[in-house]
Ligand binder design. Structure first.
Ligand code: C2E
Ligand code: CA
Ligand code: CA
Length: 403
């Protein structure tokens, strides 16, 4: 038999350390506890499968420790402990996630032994913590490379399915661009979209994406029976161009796609910043039946009054709210209210970043219309998406059991 996996506890209260150690050992795990940051870091060996970290300690600051673990790209599952309010733990959980850490739960002191044992059981099975995918390399390409990428047509479009939560049918596809870098491989859009906006090249990228996505969508449509919708992300910079609606509609007509099958996604923050200048273009697009989605909803601090002005048809709840649904009561309330508000404004509501059945069940119980996320499929190249669509022609079979 291999050596038992280790539970590592940092808490200034030795008594808590002892309780956890006894429980963990009785369940077959090795356990070390300390109240000292250097000793904790030294004990963080590769056989560690769970960390229990007290947030409030007199000598070391749990928040600083989280930052340190983030810098070390720690991949071990972490449970936060604290006797202070739930909101503070939730904030710390989000902070941990922002550092790329795997925060898997919290223990609110005083906790029951059963609660502790449940957490140990759930997160310290025979397997070591599943390593999180490493965050994408921060890659700052020189301007000249970005310009060249546009000229050399190095961008490809992947597609992610959107699912009707009730019928489980695929009702839409979102086009997401990637840069096929000759040396660095596929690069995610977060690494280059803002840069291209700064260089004044985002319009060009937008048209490259629109051409590719529309032409591939026309092929999917042939295979799919009922025509789903195609969602395209549009930078607010592009909406400053008063000719945008005419040029865009000439493209949809070139590819034989009815405009009401297209959803243009514009971020909430972008819309609010550029509301006056983009309203003209947005209204004309709507008049021509193109649908409009408010993307990344919840991150832009918009007011009800502003939202009412935007001629949108769909609201996309940002994935950062969906991610913490199970752990955060605040996020559950936010999502519930957002769905209600979206419906009150006559909008379809879609949740992005859905990864678990728990999240999907919550969204269904609160009448969210659509869902998108790794639970169903990540964004796929056109060929693979076609195969995926064939496999899921009727409805989306959910992986069972899905934890
Ligand atoms: P977005 O519009 O919010 O797109 C959703 C992002 O969430 C995508 O990241 C997608 O791959 C990711 N995602 C989907 N399901 C899950 C999930 O279950 N879990 C997690 N953790 N993530 C999930 P991606 O492709 O890296 O795109 C990032 C952003 O780049 C997009 O965010 C969008 O704002 C922007 N973008 C992408 N394509 C274009 C484009 O053609 N034009 C413009 N202007 N912006 C684009
Ligand atoms: Ca989007
Ligand atoms: Ca989003």
């Amino acid at each position: 038999m291999t050596a038992p996996h280790k539970v590592l506890v940092i808490d200034d209260d030795d008594h808590i350390g002892e309780i956890i150690s006894t429980a963990a050992r009785s369940m077959g795990f090795a356990c070390e506890h300390t109240s000292d940051a250097p000793a904790f870091l030294a004990a963080l060996t590769p056989d560690t499968s769970l960390i229990l970290l007290d947030l409030l300690m007199p000598k070391v600051d749990g928040v600083q420790l989280l930052r340190l673990l983030g810098q070390q790209q720690c991949r071990v599952n972490i449970v936060l402990m604290s006797g202070i309010g739930k909101r503070v733990i939730e904030t710390a959980e989000q902070l941990g996630a922002a550092h790329g850490l795997s925060i898997v739960g919290h223990l609110h002191k005083p906790f029951r032994l059963r609660e502790l044992e449940g957490l140990l059981q759930a997160h310290t099975t025979a397997e070591l913590a599943i390593p999180l995918p490493l965050p994408p390399q921060t890659f700052a390409p020189p301007d000249i490379d970005l310009k060249h990428a546009i000229e050399a047509d190095q961008f490809v479009v992947h597609f992610q399915p959107e699912i009707d939560i009730n019928s489980r049918h695929v009702v839409g596809l979102e086009a997401l661009v990637r840069w096929k870098h000759p040396q660095h491989g596929l690069i995610a859009p977060d690494e280059f979209i803002t840069r291209l906006e700064g260089l004044g090249l985002i319009d060009q990228l937008g048209w490259i994406v629109a051409h590719q996505a529309l032409s591939q969508f026309a092929q999917f449509a042939d295979h799919h029976g009922a025509l789903p919708t195609l969602s395209l992300n549009v930078s607010t910079y592009s909406l400053r161009n008063l000719e945008f609606p005419d040029v865009f509609l000439s493209l949809t007509s070139k590819y034989g796609i009815p405009p009401d099958r297209i959803i243009l996604e514009i971020t909430e923050s972008g819309l609010i910043k550029e509301l006056a200048s983009s309203l003209d273009v947005l209204t004309r697009l709507r008049l021509k039946q193109v649908q409009l989605a408010i993307d990344d909803f919840g991150t832009g601090f918009s007011m009800m009054r502003q939202l009412r002005t935007i001629p949108a048809t769909e609201l996309k709840i940002d994935r950062s709210f969906v991610q913490h649904l199970q752990a955060s009561e605040t996020d559950r309330n936010m999502v519930r209210k957002t769905i209600e508000m979206g419906h009150a404004l006559g909008l379809k509501v879609i949740a992005e970043g859905v990864e678990t059945l728990w999240q999907l069940d919550f969204l269904r119980a609160h009448h969210c219309d659509l869902a998108q996320g790794h639970l169903f499929s990540s964004a796929l190249p056109a060929k693979e998406l076609l195969l995926w669509l064939k496999r899921h022609r009727e409805e989306v079979a959910l992986p069972t059991p899905f934890v």
